[in-house]
Write a protein that binds this ligand. Structure first.
Ligand SMILES: Nc1ncnc2c1ncn2[C@@H]1O[C@H](COP(=O)(O)OP(=O)(O)OP(=O)(O)O)[C@@H](O)[C@H]1O
Length: 316
């Protein structure tokens, strides 16, 4: 039976009239990669700030590695690494010096700091710019170095706030690879993100957060179970005219039909959809089919069902 690494109970925080976090409770187990998923303003950053000691809760308790964060904040800090959404590194210091400085804050010895800084610069593809000032780094490089700084002292528990948001594809891929490697080696990881696909691919369990509340916590497998036997076919037609949803609904009474985010038609069903019959019926209605795409339902579909939010709300 694995141990609880992070235990949160009745956590609450308001800013004036705005209730950012509205009494949430959850556990993160040892070695788990736990995702905190929600749209802008859901309360993810406020939660992670409270878990990492950057913000004080109005109510509730947090234990990290069995330590009560309110009673022994310093001891809890030693167990964790933090990667904030905005970098906290020194612009005038080089990448290498920033890492060595962070290592010093964690009480690492000089030789250990130097070796670890070199190792991490290599791992994050930054060895070639180790001596360049942080202010001269690209956005993606800055994020990579910020993550490297968060794991300088090899913490057993790592918190990351939107680590792949707003950076180039290559930096995001490298970041995911490093996180998966840390996960494999047993680090407990708490990750906030608004990329559903990223959460689906990487996390063991996910909490859906909306308006300061956790509306569902479960493993990715369990979350996907209710939709695993369902199929979606998306049909795009040529020309500006789009088929009438009501007419299509009458033609395909067994399928659920809706407008797709790309402007086409989305057909959902339990079990296989007869694509040939769908195309023929579209053509019988006078439409020329440009593209037919068959997909399984994803975590985004589950998220939309559970939260009642519209598809695409997380892309903003
Ligand atoms: N320092 C603050 N002062 C006032 N309101 C705040 C403050 N920090 C957060 N809020 C408000 O609390 C709510 C939750 O914000 P939070 O940043 O935690 O959400 P989030 O899920 O991290 O969103 P994002 O993905 O945009 O970062 C929002 O309504 C936000 O405007």
């Amino acid at each position: 039976m694995s141990k609880t690494r992070i235990k949160v109970s009745g956590l609450r925080k308001s800013f004036g009239d705005v209730v950012a976090v509205d009494g949430i409770s959850f556990d993160v187990m040892d070695g788990e990669l736990f995702g905190f998923l929600g749209p802008n303003g859901a309360g993810k950053t406020t939660t992670i700030n409270m878990l990492t000691g950057l913000a004080r809760p109005d109510a509730g308790t947090i234990t990290v590695g069995g330590i009560d964060c309110a009673k022994k904040p310093k001891s809890a800090q030693h167990l964790i690494g933090v990667v904030p959404d905005e970098s906290n590194l020194y612009p005038e210091l080089s990448g290498y010096d920033n890492l060595c400085f962070c290592g010093g804050l964690y009480g690492m010895r000089l030789t250990e700091r130097k070796a670890r800084a070199g190792e991490l610069l290599e791992l994050f593809g930054l060895a070639g710019v180790a001596e360049r000032r942080f202010s001269g780094y690209s956005r993606g490089m800055k994020r990579r170095l910020t993550i490297a700084a968060g794991i300088m002292h090899s913490p057993p528990i790592l918190f990351l706030d939107e680590p792949t948001t707003g950076i180039d594809v290559q930096s995001a891929r490298l970041t995911r690879e490093v996180l998966q490697e840390l996960h494999r080696s047993g680090t407990t990881i708490f990750l906030t993100t608004h990329y559903i696909e990223e959460a689906e691919r990487m996390c063991d369990r996910i909490a859906f957060m909306v308006n300061g509340l956790i509306v569902r916590v479960d493993s990715v497998n369990n979350l996907l179970k209710p939709v695993e036997d369902r199929e979606v076919v998306q049909v795009s037609v040529l020309g500006p005219e789009v088929p009438n949803l009501k007419v299509l609904g009458n033609l395909f009474p067994d399928y659920s039909i809706d407008r797709a985010a790309n402007g086409g038609i989305r057909i959902e069903s339990t079990g296989k959809i007869n694509v040939g019959a769908v195309v023929r019926l579209f053509e019988d209605q006078g439409f020329e089919v440009a593209e037919v795409k068959r997909t399984a339902l994803s975590l985004e579909d589950v998220f939309v069902r559970v939260t009642g939010l519209k598809a695409g709300v997380m892309d903003k």
